[in-house]
Design a protein around this ligand. Structure first.
Ligand SMILES: Cc1cc2nc3c(=O)[nH]c(=O)nc-3n(C[C@H](O)[C@H](O)[C@H](O)COP(=O)(O)O)c2cc1C
Length: 167
């Protein structure tokens, strides 16, 4: 499958079955995150792998995904852009890592969804992380429940000339 086909085949899953993600596949997904680029190659990323859903019960609505990758950046170690008021690249770094993992999962036929509906302080508290660890997003992984079809939003995208301006 070429890259564009792969990207087009991805969709958000909002109903996971209880089938577990194979360790070999999880390893490859994490490896795709490890090799992602980061600003100044600072690699300020920490990925918390949470398989015990009871730990996330009160802090994240994850559609019963059996594996949750909480992608964080260590704010003590992110690249800051001095010519732009010390713009902090941590969120971007973590998002690229997350994107790599989401697409590797898709390639391995592991269904997934990107989640941001959480309170970072609660995540830190429940998962025992220090203040410098900033949860940026969660990639929830698993397999669709039988008969699952993507939400209608998946099919709605702006046209290319609505989002691109050639200057
Ligand atoms: C930054 C970001 C945050 C998101 N947060 C959530 C979320 O908290 N809950 C949720 O159900 N979906 C979440 N999504 C999934 C989007 O709603 C979804 O990608 C979008 O509707 C397009 O649908 P598709 O992924 O099926 O193509 C998030 C996606 C992104 C990129």
């Amino acid at each position: 499958m070429d890259f564009l086909e792969l990207a087009k085949s991805r969709y958000s899953t909002r109903d996971f079955s209880n089938r577990q993600v194979e360790d070999e596949k999880l390893k490859k997904i994490l490896e795709a995150g490890r090799i992602a680029p980061t600003a100044k190659n600072m690699q300020p990323i920490k990925i918390l792998v949470v398989k015990d859903n009871t730990k996330l019960n009160d802090i994240l609505f994850n559609y019963n995904a059996p594996v949750n990758l909480i992608v964080c950046c260590d704010t003590n170690n992110t690249s800051k852009i001095s010519i732009d008021n010390n713009y902090d690249c941590g969120d971007m770094d973590a998002s690229i890592v997350a994107c790599h993992m989401m697409l590797e999962a898709t390639d391995l036929k592991v269904n997934n969804i990107w989640l941001r509906g959480f309170d970072s302080n609660k995540i830190r508290e429940v998962l025992n992380q220090p203040n410098n660890i900033k949860p940026v997003c969660v990639i929830a992984l698993g397999y669709d429940n039988e008969g699952y079809t993507p939400n209608e939003r998946h099919y709605i995208r702006k046209e290319i000339d609505e989002i691109v301006e050639f200057i």
